[in-house]
Design a protein around this ligand. Structure first.
Ligand code: NAP
Length: 286
């Protein structure tokens, strides 16, 4: 199948490589064109604009930073909307808020195309291994047609209903992960003051009811003050911000998320935005 892929960052590059490796013909675009090179070397075709990517294929997948990026790529000059037409489909896998997904869906469908939102749970390694959890909502016929691709990209996929539901689900996942990360860092920081070793703390945590894969993976990295980027901290702060906005809209208090968000905001202000989200540990003193 001939597929266009827009956005070759940490996640997009790994996902596009898996589609290519599975034998699909790939057309790629990235705002910073050099980031297309590794894919081109493996057989993908680079195009100059999102509009050209949509023109060249019937199915276009996007994996972009945030709501602003998702909207730029669709609505700006030479964007997706310029060549969207009946018979064409657009799957946006970026983590955005429900309103952004709804606005994009409306414009794509008004132009005659089909739209599916499909944000993912899972980070760089699951993207490389094809073991993401794909949260989809929107056009059900497109979901059914995309399943073989989701099988390549992920280990699990769910259809959640109308556009906006998958964005909301994804924000629930990440606000929980952000809150858990700040708690882990606070425990490690307090433990340090009590002259308890991080190794011992993590061993105790891993043996009881609070054991979880994230603590097991990130704990040793925090202890080593090593934060090479799998999930950029700036994106986690964006997700906390979007979750809080969703809480405002739904009149749902999110006290712990709001507190955790302040720590991520401070970490961004302290130049940790490009590091892994575990680098909030530096702000907390873990
Ligand atoms: P990333 O490495 O920062 O890549 C972001 C991508 O968006 C790049 O291709 C970047 O292009 C592009 N971009 C940013 N602003 C743009 C704009 N205004 N116009 C056009 N393109 C723009 O991020 P990532 O980690 O791959 O994450 C991508 C999405 O997946 C985000 O929504 C993130 O929240 C979500 N996500 C990430 C993870 C993870 O663990 N990393 C896990 C699940 C979900 P340039 O190369 O030109 O900067």
């Amino acid at each position: 199948m001939k597929i266009a892929f827009l956005g070759l960052g940490i996640m997009g590059r790994a996902m596009a490589e898996n589609l290519l490796a599975a034998g699909h013909e790939l057309v790629v675009w990235n705002r910073t064109p050099e980031r297309c090179e590794p894919l081109v070397e493996k057989g993908a075709t680079r195009v100059a604009t999102p509009a050209a990517a949509v023109e060249a294929t019937d199915l276009c997948i996007a994996m972009l930073a945030d709501p602003e990026a998702a909207c730029d790529v669709v609505f700006a000059e030479d964007g997706v909307l310029e060549t969207m037409a009946p018979g064409k489909s657009y799957i946006d896998m970026s983590t955005v808020d429900s309103q952004t997904a709804e606005v994009i869906a409306y414009e794509i469908e008004t132009a005659g195309g089909r739209f599916l939102e499909a944000p993912v749970s899972g980070s760089k390694k699951p993207a490389e291994d094809g073991t993401l959890v794909i949260l989809a909502a929107g056009d059900k016929s497109l979901y059914a047609e995309a399943l073989p691709l989701f099988e390549i990209l992920g280990k699990k996929h769910l259809y959640l209903g109308a556009v906006g539901k998958a964005a909301a689900m994804k924000l629930l996942v990440n606000m929980t992960m952000g809150g858990m990360m700040t708690l882990l860092c606070e425990a490690l920081a307090l433990g340090k003051r009590c002259e308890l070793s991080a190794e011992d703390i993590l061993e105790v945590f891993s043996a009881g009811a609070i054991a979880n894969p994230m603590f097991a993976m990130k704990g040793p990295q925090i202890a080593a003050n090593q934060h090479s980027t799998n999930f950029p901290l700036k994106h986690m702060q964006k997700d906390m911000r979007l979750a809080i906005a969703l809480g405002d809209e739904m009149h749902q208090p999110l006290q712990s998320v709001a507190t955790a968000n302040e720590l991520f905001k401070r970490a961004v202000a302290e130049d940790c935005g490009e590091l892994d989200f575990s680098a909030v540990a530096r702000t907390i003193g873990a």
